[in-house]
Design a protein around this ligand. Structure first.
Ligand code: PLP
Length: 377
């Protein structure tokens, strides 16, 4: 049996999710926009999923727009808000550790003339809320901060920053990439003081290719594509109903047990850290206070891919840094002050609710074995 420890990259769909997808494809396959009875049935499936996700975020269903995933959600949020509000206020604030879906989008806006301030962590590898707050000014249209960072699991002080910014500069649009936090930590729109929130189904045991953007009532976004009236014409195109149904099913499964699962993940994280501390020449790149679901560490002298493939040969699947970067060097680790040597040998372990202590024993035994075998190669 494979030991799958790459859940920050993607998760295995729950059986309930697969059932919901299949049921939608075999029964409610009509176009939700069609006026006949079959279209209405499809619309009802979509309404239910939208309501489930809205309830989980603490908002009205009308504030949820379905997209093809968080990459699209964040593109729509950032490009759409920049186009709507950025003419007179061409300044954007973000963190230096955002996922590529935000980072590259902000880079693109910068090349179009926006001024961008990227906040870096302090010397302890943590973010100071004051650095974000002080960076925002009269000419800022947008701030984008992720909640749980996907490579080391650090938690950014989004709630505090957005609360203070909304008090001082209510017109600044606040966007949060909550992909690695949704269904793991509390993500509620009002507590977060967010105008826009990106989430993705495949990180929470839902299907790939579907996500959502929460858009606070009254916030204007210029659409990225034009077409029909679906998703309030902000994201037109026939909705991916089977995937949306699967997304709703995933949230329904996870929502009632967020706190218990977090506690279990916290115990697993400590179990793993204790075992890693017993192995020599291991450097932990994660923070104690970070997400319970992600542990990033380096095995001195062994490049990430070498150890990754050794672990793979034992049936253990992990990631080297961010899966989206396809093995490319991580700028995120550098931002935390992780040395090049440690960054070159970084591995990311990420848990799901199905991860067990036995999985972590298999992992740490294999890391120690790999270290003994590979160090002289
Ligand atoms: N944001 C974060 C923090 C992520 O970890 C990911 C996926 O790796 C994404 C955004 C992109 O999500 P999607 O695959 O749904 O486009």
């Amino acid at each position: 049996m494979a030991v799958y420890l790459d859940n920050a990259a993607t998760t295995k769909p729950f059986p309930e999710v697969v059932d919901a997808v299949v049921k939608s494809m075999t029964h409610t396959y009509a176009n939700p926009s069609s006026l006949h009875r079959a279209g209405l049935d499809a619309q009802l499936v979509m309404d239910e999923a939208r309501k489930t996700i809205a309830d989980a975020l603490g908002c009205e269903p009308g504030c949820i727009l379905f997209t093809s995933g968080a990459t699209e959600s964040s593109n729509l949020a950032l490009r759409g808000a920049a186009a709507a509000y950025g003419k007179r206020r061409p300044h954007i604030v973000t963190s230096a550790v955002e996922h590529a879906s935000v980072r590259s989008t902000v880079d693109a806006l910068e090349s179009q003339g926006f001024r961008v301030t990227r906040i870096r962590p302090n010397e302890n590898g943590e973010f100071d809320a004051a650095d974000f707050i002080d960076a925002v000014g009269e000419d800022t249209c947008l701030i984008s901060m992720m909640m749980a960072e996907n490579e080391t699991g650090r938690i950014l002080p989004v709630q505090k920053v957005f609360r203070i910014i909304k008090k001082r500069f209510p017109e600044v649009i606040t966007h949060c990439d909550a992909v690695q936090a949704f269904m793991k930590l509390p993500v509620r729109v009002n507590d977060l003081h967010a105008d826009l929130i990106s989430i993705s189904a495949h990180k929470i045991h839902g299907p790939k290719g579907v996500g959502a953007l929460y858009v606070r009532r009254g916030v204007r976004l210029i659409p990225l594509v034009t077409g029909g009236k679906q998703e309030k014409s902000i994201r037109p195109g026939t909705e991916a109903l089977p995937l949306i149904a699967g997304f709703g099913a995933a949230v329904k499964c996870m929502q009632p047990t967020i706190a218990q699962r977090y506690e279990k993940a916290e115990a697993l994280k400590h179990f793993l850290l204790d075992r890693l501390h017993e192995i020599k020449d291991i450097h932990i790149n994660s923070s104690e206070q970070g997400s319970s679901y992600i542990v990033n560490f380096s095995v001195k002298g062994i490049r990430s891919e070498i150890m990754l493939h050794f672990l793979e040969s034992k049936g253990i699947y992990v990631s080297s840094g961010s899966a989206c970067s396809k093995g490319a060097k991580s700028g995120v680790l550098a931002a935390y002050g992780v040395s090049d040597d440690h960054a070159d040998s970084a591995l990311r372990i990420s848990f799901s609710c199905e991860t067990t202590e036995e999985d972590l024993i298999a992992l740490t035994d294999a890391v120690a074995q790999g270290q003994a075998q590979l160090i002289h190669k």
